[in-house]
Design a protein around this ligand. Structure first.
Ligand SMILES: Cc1ncc(C[n+]2csc(CCOP(=O)(O)OP(=O)(O)O)c2C)c(N)n1
Length: 634
């Protein structure tokens, strides 16, 4: 049995010798590499926090002391040290550990995050609560330099600085990168702390002492003592944090366990809020990750451990957007692109390489991205803001008041819309079409395939007096589905027999709608299948199509509450259309992690379940004796 398997709680770390701890660290790295090679995962960030996490768990007493990881993607090591090794066999899969902290999994996990820049606020609240309740517990927040670019982190720091009684230790895990190198004034300031001569002196001292110790082999205490001397009086206001009046210690080598422990112990004794600035390397200890230029294996899919080659992925929706943006950029000099620290994941890397001066990485700052885009539009440009759908939630007010109220022509492109699955509840893009419903003037398109993505993106960037949104899901685009007709702006995808059922397939659900339609035809039911293309505003042609049919079935991969189906139903009501209406969407609940297809099946959004339900509805409508209330969810 390896050492890692014997770790069931952080307390098991306490009695290990320095050599045993070093062995454990390398065992953890091997385990992380092997696990992520099998099924993908946040490898680079976790390789970078092995010693840092071990040090936290040796110095603090979780779960009495609370450890909050910002974003949460770097909590694998924490999970391993808190007895969850077995669950990694099915990392991010149904029944396995989730990719982020999870209260359900362990008392050691405080929050269920994945959206960045929240840890300091949680920690601020927790530390204040413990102070008021007279509990002597400490709170440790681990935040990356990337997450520190988010506005919320600074709102929290502003408050933490005056919370004198808070036993709060903020570990800044500074690896210089988000996915790509972190940019902006903050990154520059961190760099200047990192390269201060004082830090070099401390590192030299640490190295010398460690070497001496290894040669003559005295107790670890001496090492710690030496480091302590090196860090003498290090807790003091420093550069970047000085103006806020925050105490600071560091920079410290985050891969030097003894040094980390020493600094954390010192910060713990301080009994007020302290920032510990740890320098780490993303992907540390695995060459393929450290050398990986694009993102140091931030979140690779399955790969070969020996070569570091990722398994081929095939084309995904993002690639279609990525290529089309370059085409648009060539023909429209006024089109600019904005990413919130995700230039590769959202596919803006190609646009950036062609038009670097027209690409802005604003950091993890979706709110700023939206309002800055409004400014760019006011200045005569047409910005395309590319985000994962779930992250747009952050910028709702900015879309509503800063963009829409000012009639700014800004195009939001929402990747990973709908059920994304394995990244857990908070990563599903199931809210955008609900929250955006209430934005006056906003136009929203949901392409059903790659060809429509190109077409609708082209239409969206032509709108210069209102925000537009184009949303599409994760994964490969389906085969293109040619329309057999167009009514108003609505594409008719299938028309067969009498007008018993109108199936409306929104975006990715159009493929399912055609499948459902074919199954209904096989049952002798007359069907029209349509794709509205633009779902906001509702096309009057769709209202008339609904009037002409015996039953409307609406399919969307968005929350059922307040989405495009709910909006269509309202418009039908306003127009006096009383056709029975069945709405199929994502139930309004937080969906635990599993593959997208498995979740769609679980929630009844697969073609077979849908077709079965519709046949029952049609039968019931034809026979009043069997009448069911079709406006009610099944
Ligand atoms: C609000 C929000 N926007 C974007 C993301 C996507 N995202 C996940 S991790 C990450 C980079 C985080 O960098 P950092 O905090 O420095 O941690 P590291 O991975 O470098 O350890 C980004 C942009 C997110 N999780 N939350």
């Amino acid at each position: 049995m390896g050492r890692l398997e014997s770790i069931t709680s952080p307390r098991d770390l306490r009695d290990l010798t320095p050599d045993e701890l070093a062995d454990l660290a390398s065992e953890i790295r091997d385990f992380l590499v092997a696990t992520c090679a099998r099924g993908g995962g946040h490898l680079g960030p976790n390789l970078g926090v092995v010693e840092l996490t071990m040090a936290i768990h040796r110095v603090f007493d979780s779960p009495t002391d609370r450890v909050v990881f910002d974003t949460g993607h770097q909590a694998y090591v924490h999970k391993l040290l808190t007895g969850r090794m077995a669950g990694f066999a099915r990392l991010k899969q149904e029944g396995g550990v989730s990719g982020y902290p999870s209260q359900e999994e362990s008392d050691h996990d405080v929050v269920e995050n994945s959206h960045a820049s929240t840890a300091l606020s949680y920690a601020d609240g927790l530390a204040k609560a413990y102070a008021i309740r007279g509990e002597g517990r400490h709170v440790v927040a681990v935040i990356g330099d990337g997450a520190l670019t988010g506005g919320m982190a600074w709102e929290a720091l502003n408050n933490i600085a005056i919370a004198r009684n808070s036993r709060l230790v903020i570990v800044v895990n500074d690896n210089g990168r988000s996915y790509t190198p972190t940019i902006g004034g903050l990154a520059t300031a961190l760099t200047s702390l990192r390269t201060s001569p004082r830090y070099e002196q401390v590192l030299d001292l640490v190295k010398k002492r460690l070497n001496a110790v290894r040669a003559i082999g005295p107790a670890a205490y001496d090492v710690l003592h030496a480091v302590k001397k090196g860090m003498k009086d290090a807790i003091a206001p420093q550069g970047l944090f000085e103006d806020l009046g925050l105490k600071y210690v560091g920079p410290v080598d985050g891969h030097d366990l003894a040094a980390m422990e020493q600094v954390l112990a010192r910060a713990k004794r301080f009994d007020g809020p302290v920032i510990v600035h740890a320098l780490t390397r993303k992907g540390f200890g695995y060459d393929a990750a450290e050398q990986h230029e694009a993102d140091q294996f931030h979140s690779p899919g399955p790969f070969d451990v020996e070569t570091g080659e990722e398994n081929p992925k095939g084309e995904i929706w993002t690639d279609v957007f990525s290529e089309e943006m370059v085409r648009i950029g060539r023909r429209r000099q006024d089109v600019v692109a904005i990413t919130a620290a995700m230039v590769h994941p959202v596919g803006l890397d190609r646009f950036q390489s062609h038009f670097p001066e027209r690409t802005f990485d604003v950091g993890i700052a979706e709110q700023h991205a939206a309002t800055s885009a409004a400014g760019l539009a006011m200045g005569g440009l047409h910005p395309v803001v590319a985000l994962y759908a779930t992250f747009l939630n952050r910028a709702f007010d900015q879309v509503l008041l800063d963009c829409a109220l000012h009639r700014c022509g800004v195009t939001f492109v929402l990747d990973r819309a709908g059920v994304t699955g394995d990244d857990g509840a908070s990563h599903n893009g199931m809210w955008d079409m609900s929250v955006l419903q209430v934005v006056p003037g906003l136009r929203l398109a949901a392409p059903r395939d790659g060809a429509r993505l190109r077409e609708l993106l082209g239409e969206a960037v032509e709108v210069d007096d209102a925000p537009t949104v184009v949303r599409f899901p994760k994964g490969p685009p389906p085969d293109d589905i040619a329309a057999v007709d167009r009514v108003g702006g609505v594409d008719v995808l299938l028309r067969n027999g009498t007008r018993d059922v109108l199936v409306v397939g929104v975006g990715a659900m159009a493929t399912t709608a055609v499948d459902v339609g074919e199954r209904l035809v096989a049952q002798g039911i007359g069907v029209t299948v349509v794709d509205p293309r633009w779902v906001m505003p509702v096309d009057p042609a769709l209202v008339e199509l609904a009037r002409d049919h015996g039953l409307v079935v609406h399919l969307e991969d968005n929350g059922r509450v307040g989405g495009t189906g709910a909006r269509l139903l309202q418009e039908l009501n306003d127009a006096g259309v009383t056709t029975p209406f069945r709405l199929h969407g994502i139930p309004q609940e937080f969906l635990t992690h599993a593959k997208r297809a498995a979740i769609l099946e679980r929630i009844g959004l697969d073609a077979q379940s849908l077709a079965r339900g519709i046949v029952e509805d049609v039968t019931a409508l034809a026979d009043p004796q069997l009448a069911v209330d079709v406006d009610q969810p099944r």
